[in-house]
Design a protein. Sequence first.
Length: 171
Amino acid sequence: MKNVYLALGSNIEPREEYIKKALQALNAHQQIAIIKKSSVYKTAPVGYTDQANFLNMVIEVETSLLPLDLLEVCQSIEKQLGRRREIRFGPRTIDLDILIYNQENRKTERLTLPHPRMYERAFVLIPLDEIAPGLVIPAENGKHAADYIERLPESDIKGVRRWTEKGSAEE
Ligand code: GSY
């Protein structure tokens, strides 16, 4: 069994529903078991900023799938939940990214591990630090998520807030 961290994100309503459905679909897969879930965070959009806030979270899973097979499962769940790749970095019903796959460190056309942009993304690092504070990210000079969070601008960190479920006064 391999130990894997996945990032989930949605910024098209019903965001919470898309996240729940993606979790259900992952858990329903015979070769995937969800071990740990972070809180859900409301996060300001990064990159292409003229879009709605996201809900983001990170989960730890165990799987016997190989990395590219797991990628295919993630992409098929995205498709099933209506993800369209219209604007690069634009709004999405659901985004499922493989952050870390065991100790794998690889760069191929289809998949780079660990995820190449995770080190600069507060919306990934903060939930990852919540569920895996002791994890050393398997990159060259790999560090804990908290070490990368420390280097981020305050404004990025402030853009990531724990989101309480329905009825939240926050949104
Ligand atoms: O690959 C992640 C999609 N994405 C996100 C996201 O999930 N959350 C936030 N806050 N900003 C984002 N920009 C992109 S692209």
